[in-house]
Write a protein that binds this ligand. Structure first.
Ligand code: ZN
Length: 254
């Protein structure tokens, strides 16, 4: 596994709580404070949502405008809807927002359809990467590990206007820009559920599947955090395309 030491700027998060998007079958673990002196690992997932409620989204664009926007966001293979731009002001924090948001509900390839559990609101550019990853990597990996196909990916909501810690001037989470997604597991067509929380790290078919999924994600995303990453990612994989390092060449895969 690729591990890259991070600058001390990433030393974050004492006593912060994790808020995992609600996924019915995967209970959210109790908040666990990070009390590891000298810990230099990336702890994006300790983000705490802002207390301000997110206002209702702006009125939908006209059908004509939506068609124009849809043409602009070419998401072959994704089942999605264009959403009107989400501004930071709308979300209660000027730093948040997505210029080209899309609401993705499933990924298709041929006759196969993989549903997201709920709607995932992310930026168009991030959605392209997620779509390509699911179609090209996730489906073929599942075929090699299981007889059943993936029916549902247990995803979080994607967009969340929040910062990485409780400080109002804390760095924005990539979720706040629509460039991150959390995955807590995979439901197969035979009813099997592969749980990141329960199956990660085990020498089982499910455990090996998750390891392979993780490795494939590290080739497409700039940040991939698993239960091995830190105490705050025991229940899900966090994937984002954030910029690390001066020239955005750092990759975080842990
Ligand atoms: Zn996340």
């Amino acid at each position: 596994m690729l591990k890259i030491a991070l600058p001390s700027v990433f030393v974050l998060a004492i006593g912060m709580a994790l808020s995992v998007p609600s996924i019915a079958e995967e209970p959210v673990p109790a908040p666990k404070p990070l009390q590891v002196p000298g810990n230099t690992r990336f702890v994006e997932g300790v983000d705490v949502p802002l207390r301000k409620p997110v206002p209702e989204k702006a009125a939908k664009a006209s059908a004509k405008q939506e068609r124009v926007e849809k043409a602009a966001c070419d998401l072959a293979g994704a089942v999605f809807e264009i959403r009107t731009p989400i501004s930071g002001e709308q979300s209660g924090d000027a730093g948040c927002g997505i210029e080209e948001p899309v609401a993705v509900t499933a990924i298709e390839t041929g006759a196969e359809r993989v549903n997201f559990r709920g709607t995932v609101t992310i930026s168009c550019d991030f959605a392209k990467i997620v779509t390509d990853w699911v179609r090209s990597d996730v489906l073929s990996i599942s075929e090699k590990h299981f007889d059943a196909r993936i029916e549902t990916i247990a995803t979080g909501p994607g967009y969340q206007c929040r910062r990485r810690n409780n400080q109002p001037d804390g760095k924005l989470s990539e979720h706040a820009l629509g460039k991150a997604i959390d995955i807590s597991g995979f439901r197969l067509s035979d009813g099997t559920f592969v749980s990141v929380e329960k199956d990660w790290g085990k020498d089982t078919k499910k455990g090996r599947f998750l390891k392979t999924i993780h490795a494939s994600a590290c080739k497409r995303f700039t940040t991939v955090l698993s239960p091995e990453g830190d105490a705050f990612h025991q229940s899900h994989l966090h994937l984002d395309i954030g910029c690390h390092g001066k020239d955005c060449t750092y990759l975080i895969c842990q």
